[in-house]
Ligand binder design. Structure first.
Ligand code: GLA
Ligand code: ZN
Length: 667
């Protein structure tokens, strides 16, 4: 297979088809000036490539590919199937989606097809095949980009039929479905497969909140089914391309912690993971780091950063400019966490429609003298100087944090005990500790090989399917450390409770029984009294625990459950399990995780205290140390690196780092 990474791809989405020919020449000149070496083309050109059912017209794409090939760009070639042509919808209205409210969509927007439409599948597959036949052997085409940001769900009758088939395959019998979904509740018993309908707002979904449902078991199965259905769309195009192009890597651009698709399952079908990083003005840097680590974790390999904006977005509520230096620092953070490409959306700012205010390398002024263009050029020159040396480097870590899409769905569908429980935020609470302490983390799937880690972090492990508790137990028995806590071990694969007391199958290894779960409203809190002194606030949920072998590290000191354990530690085999029964404040969690890190023998990358982000990538006998100031304030340079060379600027590390300074030290 070709590798897309013979150099760091630097460039991004390019839409010359939206511009007159003279502009293309100017683009070529400006891209060179900014050290851009790669372009992603043909993302939304289906309507141009296929003016009607019978005709393909590749003349303009030929011209674009020729020009880019001559100029030696690495081309990421998209298949254009993320936006359907108007004629397709007019001729076959069933190709569009029926949304959560039950409305059949008309032509418009993009990402609007029914994944189970045979018509959509036929035309999308055919287009991908034609493209592969025409361009697959072009050595400049280094990567296929299928569709674009697959997302959302369809609730049409066609999908309902496909759902019934999916269910038959999964459960075998209607009795098994009725049992899995606990349909005795509210008299939901199904006597015929055709009685089953899609759980949207007109059925068992909730009209006021898409993430709530009367039957989580049905809705979770629908999520699994939708994720699989859309994945089939990807595979259809992938296989069509593969049938004529055996060599070029194939990807589709993912969206970090996007909820709708089980990306661990998806990644198995992708040659390389790519994703689009659009933090808002107030997204914590630790959250962005976590999303990068998750994208790296999907395959346990470096990834492509397919999109980021050089400056502002248009679609967020407040599209602030990236401050001077911010795009550079964000890009180095991306590479630090495992990216082997830096690509922008987009290279030239559109003249019309909803993305005309979206940041781009070339602004509406057309000038190379803009702040953004100069910053893009500076980064381009640095990446060119770095060359290929970091490509393929790994981010080894001793801590694995479980991220599991089925838990994501289940936890947020469940009704009670609080509406404030959000999966990503809970995982991030824990991730942030390791980020702040310079302890590298792998984001891992629920079926990972835990034995590679010293610590496995499993907050809100609400759904524990068959085999999961056993795998965690054997990891701990062999000396591993697990940390889990409230809303864990509660249900099985269909959202039915593991009877016998929470945390169900995790109870033995945790050495605690959670008898009741109190929900605290915003503004309410309890206080944790630590056994070794010190107090901190806690809230959100408070498990009322009984010790069954574990020791209490902290107790509640307020309300009717004052004096009962809140945070515990249990020896189990050669290892131990921490159970955090409430959400401590930042200091409280810090104290618990300090204790855990010491017990498990997990060390930070550097021993001195610093607010800088420190990340290390390794390849062969070389180490690349990224030192980033994302704190908004000047910070002293770490002593650990004093006098060593920052290979980005050639200067010695010392003094202080200004906000958004980024250094790279090679050892
Ligand atoms: C997404 C899409 C792009 C573009 C950007 C704008 O990531 O993939 O086509 O619309 O958003 O931020
Ligand atoms: Zn559908």
């Amino acid at each position: 297979m070709k590798t897309p990474f013979s150099r760091i791809l630097y460039g991004g989405d390019y839409n010359p088809n939206q511009w007159p020919r003279e502009i293309w020449d100017e683009d070529m000149r400006l891209f060179k000036k900014a050290s851009i070496n790669s372009v992603t083309i043909n993302v939304f050109s289906w309507a141009k490539l296929q003016p009607n059912e019978e005709t393909y017209d590749f003349s303009q794409l030929d011209e674009i590919v020729d020009m880019l090939s001559k100029e030696n760009y690495e081309i990421v070639l998209a298949t254009s199937t993320g936006a359907m042509p108007a004629w397709l919808v007019k001729n076959y209205p069933e190709v569009t989606r029926v949304d959560y409210e039950g409305r059949r969509h008309k032509f418009g927007q993009r990402h609007n097809h029914c994944p189970n439409s045979l018509v959509y599948q036929k035309y999308a597959r055919q287009l991908a095949l034609e493209l592969a036949k025409r361009y697959g052997s072009n050595p400049h085409v280094v990567c296929w980009h299928i569709s674009n940001e697959y997302n959302s769900a369809c609730y049409c009758e066609n999908c309902e039929k496909a759902f019934r088939i999916w269910l038959r395959k999964k459960y075998g019998s209607l009795e098994a479905v009725n049992q899995a979904w606990n349909t005795e509740f509210w008299g939901h018993t199904f006597y015929d497969w055709d009685e089953i309908v899609a759980p949207n707002a007109l059925a068992d979904g909730m009209s006021w909140n898409e993430s709530k449902t009367a039957f989580a078991g049905i809705s979770i199965d629908y999520c699994r089914f939708m994720s699989d259905s859309i994945l089939e769309n990807y595979k259809l195009e992938r296989d069509a391309i593969r049938s004529v192009d055996p060599d070029t890597p194939i990807t589709t651009n993912l969206m970090g912690t996007y909820k709708g698709l089980d990306y661990f399952k998806w990644a198995k079908e992708m040659d390389v993971v790519s994703w689009d990083n659009y933090p808002a003005y107030n997204t914590p840097w630790s959250l962005t780091a976590m999303r990068h680590d998750l994208m790296r974790g999907l395959k346990g390999k470096p990834f492509m950063l397919m999109e980021q904006t050089p400056s502002q977005q248009n679609w967020q509520d407040y599209n602030s400019l990236k401050r001077p230096g911010q795009m550079r620092a964000q890009s180095w953070q991306t590479i630090a966490h495992g990216a082997d490409t830096i690509q922008f959306f987009q290279l030239r700012r559109s003249v019309g429609a909803c993305e005309k205010f979206h940041g781009a390398v070339i602004s509406h002024s057309g000038s190379a003298e803009t702040r953004v263009f100069k910053e893009v050029s500076q980064l381009g020159a640095e990446l060119a100087a770095l060359g290929s040396q970091t490509l393929g480097a790994e981010n080894p870590g001793e801590v694995g944090i479980i991220f599991d899409w089925e838990n994501y769905w289940a936890l947020e569908y469940t009704s009670g005990p609080t509406v404030d429980l959000k999966y990503e935020a809970q995982i991030h609470q824990y991730y942030r500790y390791f980020y702040e302490h310079h302890i590298p983390v792998d984001m891992i799937p629920i079926d990972a090989d835990f034995s590679r880690y010293k610590v496995v972090v499993a907050p809100v492990l609400y759904m524990v399917k068959e085999g999961v508790a056993e795998a965690l137990e054997s990891f701990v028995a062999n000396g591993g450390t697990v940390i889990t806590g409230f809303m864990s071990g509660i249900v099985g694969q269909s959202d039915n409770v593991h009877l016998g007391g929470y945390p169900g199958p995790l109870r033995k290894m945790c050495g605690v029984w959670a008898e009741e779960i109190d929900a605290l409203a915003p503004g309410q809190s309890n206080t944790l009294q630590f056994a070794d002194g010190g107090q901190s606030k806690c809230g959100l949920l408070c498990d009322i625990l009984h010790l069954e072998g574990a020791e209490a590290l902290a107790e509640y000191s307020e309300d009717f459950y004052a004096g009962t354990p809140a945070v515990t530690k249990n020896s189990f085999g050669k290892g131990c399990v921490y159970y955090v029964g409430t959400m401590p404040d930042h200091g409280g969690l810090e104290k618990i995780l300090d204790n855990m890190a010491e017990t498990a023998g997990v060390l930070p990358l550097i021993s001195e205290t610093t607010e800088l982000e420190i990340v290390c990538r390794k390849i062969e006998d070389r180490e690349y140390w990224f030192i980033l100031n994302l704190t908004g304030k000047p910070q002293p340079a770490p002593q650990t690196f004093a006098g060593e060379t920052d290979i980005l600027t050639g200067s010695a590390v010392g003094g202080q780092l200004e906000p958004f300074d980024a250094l790279l030290v090679r050892r």
